[in-house]
Design a protein around this ligand. Structure first.
Ligand code: NAD
Length: 478
């Protein structure tokens, strides 16, 4: 079986051990063995990135444009093949896998363009004969730590701006999705970057990830993952004065008002709560429904759920793929039990499914008769599990929507412009959707949340410059 290696200082190197990449739809299908770096190799990668800082910072915007544009073009031209790889290892459907890969390609194209639009300011000084310049410079070596649920798009939305603004990168992907990470790194390795500018270091979070957090040569850490790991990133980076941004969990509400278009509301709920197996930080896990439309909405949602097919994501008729791994499946099943113990009604699904192949298949679960104080409505489950919370009116809907430690995304289905506008104003989330699923965002605008969902400046779009550059103010007397 082929062993996929780490990329350190321009060379592909084996690690101290390997992990197998297993298909969650078919546990007998091993995609490959992936090298695992130890601390010594992590240090080599950080040193290489550090050494390459000057050459990349001075490379000029044409070189950066060419590299990012070439990476984006190759990703887009191979989206079918890479999408299949992604779906096979992560479990989202082929349509979703190809869509994610395409998004990764578009992100590289967007940031290729941003290299040409980098600008500063020239201002008069308050003192005579002095000119003030405000310019942006790279931060230096950036550590990029990513989760398993978007194995192409999240690395892309961190690596592309890091490189575009002249930084060097040590990329540590999540261990369950090393196929996508490696394929992306391999494309980047052929884009003409000087040695050491981009390094792939696969390995344990407690080893490689920890080195990125603690090593003073790493000037900034961009992290997406769980709240617990994010808290660790924050504590360590702030203690040593490194720049950091953390994108973490969600418990996103979708409000359905009495005046909602029912098919739109049901489709938003199905997409937001269950597609990508509910394994999205933006998943709508709380469906907050006004009393008058409640029963009709639940009936229609259950009808729709009955028509969804759980199965192998590479099969065109599949709507929901498997859960990523054994631990996540156990976590989902535990929460389904917790919901029952809390007195919620398991209205649909929630059982493990035995299909033709041995995989982590779970029937999408819907709870009704829940209230917002329940653990199933306060804690992130990260699976195909959603709850309906009945509310009396719009004011209660807003109150419940905001009653969470998270603040990533919030949605509302209504035909009232007035209510939609009020909801946008009153929502405490970083992103708001009107008559759209809470999941599914554009690649050219900022992404991120409030409260325990996110910390630091926003990712993506032009706002990414805030994280990946540092501002210099120069005074010139002439
Ligand atoms: P995780 O926190 O377990 O792992 C994320 C990354 O951190 C992995 O690469 C992991 O190896 C690494 N890591 C683990 N321990 C570490 C340590 N001690 N030091 C440094 N790095 C370490 O998260 P996950 O299970 O991969 O992802 C699921 C979580 O990600 C969910 O909570 C989800 O909501 C969140 N997520 C958030 C967003 C967002 O943008 N807000 C997007 C996708 C996923």
């Amino acid at each position: 079986m082929s062993v996929y290696k780490n990329l350190i200082d321009g060379a592909w190197v084996t690690g101290s051990s390997v992990v197998q990449n297993v298909n969650p739809s078919d546990l007998s299908d091993v995609l490959g063995e992936y090298s695992q770096a130890d601390t010594a190799q992590s240090l080599l990668a950080i040193d290489a990135a550090c050494k390459a800082e000057k050459v990349w910072a001075n490379s000029g915007i044409q070189a950066r444009f060419d590299a990012l544009d070439a990476i984006g073009s190759e990703i887009l031209s191979r989206k079918g093949e890479l999408g299949e790889l992604l779906s096979r290892e992560e479990g989202k459907t082929l349509v979703e896998g190809i869509g994610e890969v395409a998004r990764a390609g578009q992100i590289f194209k967007f940031f290729a363009g941003e290299t040409l639009r980098l600008s500063g300011e020239v201002l008069p000084s308050v003192r005579p004969n002095i000119e003030v310049q405000v310019s942006r410079e790279p931060v230096g070596t950036v550590g990029i730590i990513t989760p398993w649920n978007f194995p192409m798009a999240i690395p892309a939305w961190k690596i592309a701006p890091a490189l575009a603004y002249g930084n060097t990168v040590v990329f540590k992907p999540a261990s369950h999705v090393l196929g996508s990470a490696w394929a992306l790194a391999e494309i980047i390795s052929r884009a003409g970057l000087p040695e050491g500018v981009f390094n792939l270091v696969m390995g344990a979070g407690s080893v490689v990830g920890n080195e990125l957090l603690t090593n003073n040569k790493v000037k900034a850490v961009s992290f997406t993952g769980s709240v617990n790991t994010g808290a660790r990133v924050a504590a360590i980076c702030s203690a040593r004065g490194a720049k950091y941004q953390t994108e973490m969990g969600g418990k996103n509400p979708l409000v359905v008002l009495n005046d909602a278009d029912l098919p739109t509301a049901v489709s938003c709920a199905i997409n937001g709560a269950y597609f990508s197996t509910g394994q999205r930080c933006t998943a709508s896990s709380r469906l907050i429904v006004e009393a008058e439309i409640h029963d009709e909405f639940v009936d229609a949602l259950v009808e729709e759920l009955k028509g969804l097919r759980v199965g192998n994501p590479l099969d065109a008729s599949t709507n929901i793929g498997p859960v990523i791994n054994h631990n996540q499946l156990n976590q989902d099943l535990e929460y389904i039990q917790i919901g029952r113990d809390e007195g919620a009604t398991l209205q649909y699904g929630g059982e493990r499914l035995e299909l033709e192949t041995d995989g982590y298949f779970l029937a999408p679960a819907l709870f009704t008769n829940t209230h917002n104080g329940m653990r199933i409505n306060q804690e992130e489950i990260f699976g195909p599990v959603a709850s309906v919370i009945k509310v009396a009116d719009f004011d209660e809907a807003v109150e419940v929507a905001n009653d969470t430690v998270f603040g990533l995304c919030a949605g509302i289905c209504t035909r009232s412009l007035n209510k939609a506008t009020q909801f946008k104003r009153l929502s405490q989330a970083g992103m708001v959707m009107v008559n759209l699923p809470t999941a599914g965002v554009d690649y050219h605008v900022p992404f991120g949340g409030t409260k325990e969902s996110s910390y630091g400046v926003r990712e993506q779009g032009r706002y990414a410059a805030e994280f990946y550059t540092t501002v210099k103010t120069t005074y010139l007397q002439a």
